[in-house]
Design a protein around this ligand. Structure first.
Ligand code: F6R
Length: 242
């Protein structure tokens, strides 16, 4: 992977957004892979400014979110559908019907993973995938132990991840216990990976992902296998790299 170390989240967002803009310039109907959580927020803000500045037509841009909580309806304020709508679709001016999130409710939800894989394939695959990394090394909601070849499926959230995400809910008990997430195999098939990480809490996971063995114990280590991965870190997140 190519590793870029920047001063702060602002600069990281600008760097990641300019990578996205390159894709959009070459392919007006590019397929973006979208993460939620805190990490991509400066990227989405910078991308929204870039779209305005360059007057890019993004009406044909397509998107696939990485994951969704199981059992909370799309209109719940903490559903990833809601988050992607308010952080990405609205500020960038994307066409809402072209941006997908995995289905976390409804009949036969066990089939939602395969449906999502088919939709990604029908779109021609993901061109550029933005990723954060969990303090335990997870990417999307592929917790340690996830199969390296996995596809979109239902998963239980690790206790650590539920604790990390409790800040978005009124109480820790409200954090859903399960999710539907793109698999590590799904993520590997995206043509360009852009992984961002900030702060000392992420430093051990970043070091393990970039410099440790490629292993299901550290899902983020799949970036080492990817032919085109860009990793953007602040100095704190990079502090345990050799
Ligand atoms: C979110 C996701 C997660 C986060 C990770 C880091 O769609 O897939 O893997 O990227 O939990 O979360 P933040 O960015 O909030 O530190």
């Amino acid at each position: 992977a190519e590793v870029i170390i920047v001063r702060d989240q602002e600069e990281a967002g600008n760097a990641a957004a300019s990578l996205f803009v390159e894709h959009l310039k070459h392919k007006p109907d590019a397929v973006l892979g979208l993460a939620t959580g805190s990490t991509p927020l400066t990227t989405y803000a910078a991308l929204a400014s870039a779209v305005r500045e360059h007057g890019l037509d993004v009406s044909k841009v397509r998107g696939f979110a990485l994951d969704e909580y199981l059992g909370i309806p799309p209109e719940h304020p903490q559903s990833y559908r809601s988050v992607i709508t308010s952080e990405v679709v609205e500020p960038l001016g994307l066409t809402p019907s072209l941006v997908m999130t995995p289905r976390g409710t409804g009949p036969n939800v066990e089939a939602a993973g395969d449906e999502y894989e088919l939709a990604i394939r029908a779109a021609g695959g993901i061109d550029v995938q933005i990723l954060g990394i969990g303090t335990n090394g997870h990417i999307a909601f592929n917790e340690p132990g996830s199969s390296l070849g996995s596809t979109t499926r239902l998963k239980a959230l690790a206790a650590q991840t539920r604790a990390d995400n409790a800040r978005f809910f009124d109480s820790p008990a409200e954090v859903p216990s399960h999710c539907i997430t793109q698999g590590l195999g799904t993520i590997q098939r995206a043509r360009h990976l852009v992984l961002l990480a900030f702060g000392t809490a992420k430093a051990p996971a970043v070091a393990a992902a970039l410099e440790g063995p490629v292993s299901a114990s550290v899902p983020g280590s799949i970036v080492q296998l990817h032919p085109w991965a860009t990793v953007i870190l602040d100095e704190e997140a990079a502090s345990q790299l050799m």
